[in-house]
Design a protein around this ligand. Sequence first.
Ligand SMILES: [Zn+2]
Length: 424
Amino acid sequence: MPVKLFSLCCILSFVAAAPAQTLSSSSGAALASDPRVLRAMNWLTTNVPWITEEQVRITEIPAPPFKEAARGSYLKRLLSSAGLRVSTDSVGNIIGLRPGLSSSEVVLVVAHLDTVFPAGTDVRVRRAGARLIAPGITDNGAGLAALVALARAMQDARIKTRQTILFVADVGEEGEGNLRGMRRLIETYRQRLRTVIAVDGSGTDFVTNAALASRRFEVSFTGPGGHSWTDFGMPNPINAAGRAIARFITLRVPDSPRTIFNVGEISGGTSVNSIPYRASFKVDMRSEQESEIDKIEAALRAAVQSALEEENAASRRNIVNAKLDVKIQTIGVRPGGELPEDSALLAVVRQADRIVGNRSRLERSSTDANIPLSLGIPAIAIGAGGRSGGAHSLDEWYDPTGRELGLHRALLILLGAAGLEPSP
Ligand SMILES: [Zn+2]
């Protein structure tokens, strides 16, 4: 027993200091045999039905972009009942404090509150066999339910950690939220922050250790507008937007580094017989290499400028001031970054995978982990277990069968990062 305990302490405290290579293959067994850890894992297994019902309740509280407050207050209750001291910061992040031996070293485990779905979307959960179907049921109903479950399991097992853990339900992960919740958390805790673990979506087959850089723009053409019959020939913002898009999308991007662009939204005009006074569209660009995004942005700007000149030149009327204007507004910037493969945090993930008998691959993605990764703070995103499909669609589904594997894995990763206090 003393031998076991000794090795356990070593394993659980290595994250901050020791290089990953010192991990021995027996370390996983030691972590898995700690009675408190076993108890917490057991709590997760036996409470799967409760966790799934909470996931349903969370999902049925709408959380459109920038309107996460109602779901946030429910999470506040759940985290409070897990014994955490819970506060809300100025941007709406719900922060549950679980003090460790050290208050100067903090692990952040975070699940985002927001969905991509606008206000008014029907978020009631339908059931088909084992499947739960609803917008946001997986992304991030699964992550939020896991966040609460981890806190409850650790409370039940009376686990004490070396580092302080913040269980956070944060705002603004999706789209134009532009990671504002995570940006604020980093501002607040940067000096003490040792690790960030984002729990996002389902599955256990990946660990996101690299941040996919992205940039997003809204292009808006404006003009005087007019009547389709009497003002024919006036420059038309929709025409200009069409020209700009048609030029821009001919851009060639490399397969490696993988690079993409997407025109994802278009709007403008008021009626079929009016020359519109405004037309706009939104573009998303992502690449494994940030310099490729610079090229796409340059191509977009050039296409927009040419489109503006073309449409103005094509104007059939010589009206003073009947010229279009254009504005290109940056609506999102997500920096890139990468956690090295030999990092201590990835060693913790591999250890957790060994213990639960899981295999996972490294993945690059755009998540809350982008911000810490871009600043060199060890960060990952993991799934919460279970299976899913149709992400970001109205038919998004989640199957909780076997979700305990993902919960156990997340617990072991969290404890590996925060370090267990030695048993009395
Ligand atoms: Zn998500």
